[in-house]
Design a protein around this ligand. Sequence first.
Ligand SMILES: C[S@@+](CC[C@H](N)C(=O)[O-])C[C@H]1O[C@@H](n2cnc3c(N)ncnc32)[C@H](O)[C@@H]1O
Length: 245
Amino acid sequence: MSKSQNIFDNQEFFDGYKKIRSNRYSANNLEEKPALFSLAPDLAGKAVLDLGCGYGENCAEFKARGASTVLGVDISEKMLAVAIEEHPDIEFLRADMSDLSFIKGKYDVVFSSLAVHYVEDFSAFAKSVCDVINPGGYFIFSQEHPLTTAPITGASWFRDDDGNVLHYKLTDYARGGKRNTKWIVEGVEKHHRTFSEIVNSLCEAGFSIERMMEPVPTEETIAMDKSWEKDLHKPNFLLVKAKKQ
Ligand SMILES: C[S@@+](CC[C@H](N)C(=O)[O-])C[C@H]1O[C@@H](n2cnc3c(N)ncnc32)[C@H](O)[C@@H]1O
């Protein structure tokens, strides 16, 4: 079906991911989602495409914000089964988002939440996304932070003898390319890109960058649980709001 890995259909991974996402104090809920929705333009009457839609919860929010059409695309049969069951009023399609030639028509806003780091060729992907957006429309995405995807042996921290985080172990930042990591299971393929590669690929595809975000925990979150403080050394996520020229 595709050239991209489909790790979310691995049962062990699927179950582990579900567990992480069911925690209301996850980094997704406390950092990524608020930042993503803060970048959203007025969606009333807009055609919205969500790439790597997972359970479809963002699609439901786009609809609630007045989008006229919403299409959720995902490579995983298991993730889409949940999406279809929980949001029967929304259209979902199983496809590899790394090549959008299957998309008919144009969209006003394309979102992608925490999925683009699974796409190998970001430059080709950015062009493919630009092709399906109306002039003046937006591509808004979040991804694992480039400082997280950088280390070839996986993200890790230096700690003192009591286990307190001292600082992040940053390696391999300038070595772009595939990363074979352990996240829930062994062998999860992600793709590391530097900031300049991300920004230049978007600009070359025909986008201008309106805003970028690297959300960090609030003071209340840190007061609740001090372990969140390490995100001030290295944010978990990078978000970009890019406008088609
Ligand atoms: C971390 S989950 C995020 C799900 C959802 N966007 C959210 O934020 O709740 C990443 C999703 O991207 C999907 N995905 C990964 N690679 C993909 C690809 N090449 N094409 C389409 N979907 C992909 C996965 O199946 C998974 O559902």
